[in-house]
Design a protein around this ligand. Structure first.
Ligand code: GLA
Length: 700
């Protein structure tokens, strides 16, 4: 092969292989099946530079002239083989959409195989396998996957956050230098950006050219945008290793996690469309209707009493709940968060007859039963650690890391500890009728070590193996990835779980942002979204039920609230919201996600349009006071321009003092073409801050 052209869904990756250095000629819009002339793949030689033609290398190396971050950093004893000369020795197509490039440096004793594919949904996937073909040990300091972006990229958008405020956007200009995000949490991290996007100036939800990557891994890692004086911006990602953490013996290999990448010429929604479509096409992507959840955490916390929980289950049933999840507090010594993690036996002091009476109360009412666990963690105050103090992961010599939420990390690299925890969770699932695990992980994994050597990477893989083996043994049990809210949200964990808990914050205003950006990559059916208590426990803000329900609607809907306390209109309104979710979940969980470009930051528009554009559901919400008296006309994107749609405001329908219906005629059922709705838009009602409406459209 003298070139490689991968194409899918309007995007393409073109690599020139005519030289022994694989050169990225283009990543961006599809240019057709033919590769451009290979003379177009190099740039002139600048003054004061290597006397080598400048290229955008797929595997940047100092030995071919690159002076930025190299793809591979490592060495043999004494620093030997520090500057590899990896050159192409083979290339082959793999299936319809993939390819494999082999690079070798025989003198350094290294072989690197880069695996690439570009799927029909437009998803570009990339990873490398490094093999030590020499005789001595080779220490790997870094192995990065790198993609140069196309013409015109000028701005970076990524996300950041903290507990109860995950996935908030931050934007900046691309400048010379490296915008580096390092995540040393041992888990994905609350500040973790679900994607790194660069784009043309001012790119929006619906406009501009955008290149975005996601690194599908739940451990220590780095992602970056790098701009040197000689080339365009690069998007890079790789695992972060502690000194000496990854040493390849002779003949041994290391495989990087996958980097996922997408290009869009229609703004961020184009990136979202590719990720959602690709994720929905995965084997094992949930296909059954996502059940309405009631989670007990913010309803009762650690106060577990059978009679109260049965009352809660009865009320949940009346409301339309389909899955009842018992949260933290059911196992030995777990009356608060100071003790018990690791002792995964039902505590007879609280549950004298085990969990069966509650499970029966739930399942006999036609609901699934779910249970909270945190398998990777232990409290020092637990029977398991009293018996095995050496099962705490740490830097060695019995040194214990600082506690975090009073807990430590179970050393899963220790086969005995791994087997212990596997057996405990396996037994729980065998002995009880459990359909769902809320699998939590509530601390950063600082100072991860096994036998005195760093083990963060091995711990992450051991945790993955725990999920994988338990799933194999219990294939019908669904698993949610929770990590103090949204600290483990990534495509690595989603290979082995069925949804994520995006945040411990159930404040609908905060959730508008958290969910919008979590769902920039993840389809809504994978993101847990709960109606919380009237006054949010994490922020103290009070919101109408309507606003809380509208916010929870665009996700995997549930509630986390003591719903025994509500009566009358409130109860009716919650039942109505549940019924609307059940009616619209087939659309929300299969449709194309769209986001309005609204000049006024006081308003947000989120929608889901059926794949055939026959129907759509939009949430229009007000998140702040506006300078303007009226929201004016708001464009509804993503519709079929030629179709005529009937418009209906479906929620809230109860009298709501915060919504002025008086001046909006279309609320009574107007019709308009998709072209009108996307170009002119709908005159929206005047909303008070922190309220919203749901509007349904049906093709006439
Ligand atoms: C974490 C989770 C919460 C809840 C508690 C229980 O904080 O994110 O949802 O399960 O643990 O201790």
């Amino acid at each position: 092969m003298s070139s490689l052209v991968l194409r899918g869904h309007g995007s393409a990756l073109v690599i020139d292989l005519s030289n022994s250095i694989p050169t990225v000629v283009h990543w961006g819009a599809d240019l057709g099946p033919d590769a451009p002339d290979s003379t177009l793949s190099t740039f002139p030689v600048p003054h004061s530079n290597n006397d080598l033609p400048q290229r955008q290398e797929l595997v940047p190396q100092s030995s071919s002239g690159w002076r930025g971050r190299p793809a591979l950093e490592g060495h043999r004893p004494g620093g030997a083989a520090f500057s590899p000369r990896l050159r192409t020795t083979g290339s082959r197509k793999v299936g319809e959409s993939g390819a494999e490039l082999t690079l070798e440096d025989a003198a350094a004793g290294l072989r690197l195989v880069v695996e690439l594919s570009l799927t029909g949904e437009g998803m570009l996937r990339l990873r490398s396998v490094l093999t030590n073909i020499g005789e001595s040990d080779y220490s790997v300091d870094a192995l990065r996957s790198v993609l140069p972006v196309g013409t015109g990229a000028a701005e970076i958008l990524d996300l950041t956050g903290r507990w109860i405020r995950e996935q908030h956007p931050q934007r900046q200009r691309i400048r010379q230098g490296t915008w580096l995000r390092e995540y040393r949490h041992g888990r994905t991290g609350h500040d973790s950006s679900l994607f790194t996007a660069v784009g043309t100036p001012g790119f929006t939800n619906r406009t501009g050219r955008v290149w975005a990557t996601h690194f599908g891994y739940s451990g220590n890692r780095e992602t970056y945008v790098e701009k040197t004086a000689t080339g365009p911006a690069l998007l890079g990602s790789g695992e972060l290793f502690a000194p000496g953490e990854l040493v390849l013996g002779a003949g041994k290999s290391y495989t990087t996690p996958w980097t996922y990448a997408a290009f869009s010429s229609t703004g961020l929604d184009g990136i979202t469309a590719t990720f959602h479509a690709w994720m929905r096409g995965r084997d094992g992507h949930p296909t059954s209707p996502r059940p309405v959840v009631l989670n007990t955490w913010e309803a009762v916390y650690f106060d577990h009493r059978l009679d109260q929980l049965v009352e809660l289950a009865e009320r949940a049933k009346q409301i339309g709940v389909e899955r009842f999840v018992l949260d933290d507090g059911w196992f030995m010594h777990r009356r608060n968060d100071l003790a018990g993690l690791g002792d995964w036996e039902v505590d007879p002091a609280v549950w004298p007859n085990g969990l069966a009476p509650l499970i029966d109360a739930v399942t006999s009412r036609g609901m699934q039963f779910g249970l909270w666990v945190e398998p990777e963690m232990v409290n020092e105050d637990s029977d398991v650690i009293r018996a095995h103090p050496d099962w705490i992961s740490g830097p060695g010599d019995g040194v214990i890391p600082a506690e975090w939420r009073h807990q430590q990390v179970l050393d899963l690299v220790n086969p005995d500890a791994w087997k212990y925890i596997y057996d405990r969770i396996d037994a729980l699932l065998r002995d009880n009728n459990i359909s769902y695990l809320k699998w939590d992980q509530n601390r950063d994994l600082t100072e991860m070590g096994h036998d005195g050597a760093p083990s963060a990477s091995a711990q992450t893989l051991a945790a993955y193996r725990l999920f994988d083996e338990l799933r194999l043994a219990h294939p019908t049990v669904e698993i949610e990835s929770c990590s103090s809210g949204g600290a483990r949200v990534d495509l690595g964990i989603l290979e082995r779980t069925d949804r994520v808990w995006a945040s411990d914050c159930n404040d609908a205003l905060e959730r508008q942002t958290i969910q919008r950006w979590t769902q920039a990559i993840l389809p809504p059916e994978l993101v847990g979204t709960h109606v919380g208590p009237t006054t949010a426990h994490t922020t103290g803000r009070t919101h109408t039920l309507a606003f809380r329900a509208i916010t929870a609607m665009f996700g995997h809907f549930g509630m986390e609230w003591d719903v025994r306390e509500i009566e009358g209109e409130t109860l009716d309104e919650l039942k109505q919201a549940v019924a609307i979710y059940k009616q619209y979940r087939p659309l929300i969980h299969s449709g194309v996600a769209v986001h309005g470009d609204i000049a006024d930051p006081a308003y947000l528009l989120t929608g889901s349009v059926a794949q055939d554009a026959s129907a759509a559901l939009f949430a229009f919400v007000c998140v702040a006071t506006s300078f303007d008296e009226l929201p004016g006309r708001i464009a509804l994107p993503g519709l079929d321009p030629e179709a005529t749609y009937r418009i209906e405001r479906i929620f809230p329908t109860l009298t709501n003092p915060f919504i002025d219906h008086g001046n909006v005629e279309w609320l009574d059922g107007a019709s308009a073409t998709g072209l009108f709705l996307s170009e002119v838009g709908l005159a929206m009602p005047i909303l008070s801050p922190e309220t919203g409406i749901l509007v349904a459209l049906t093709r006439a």
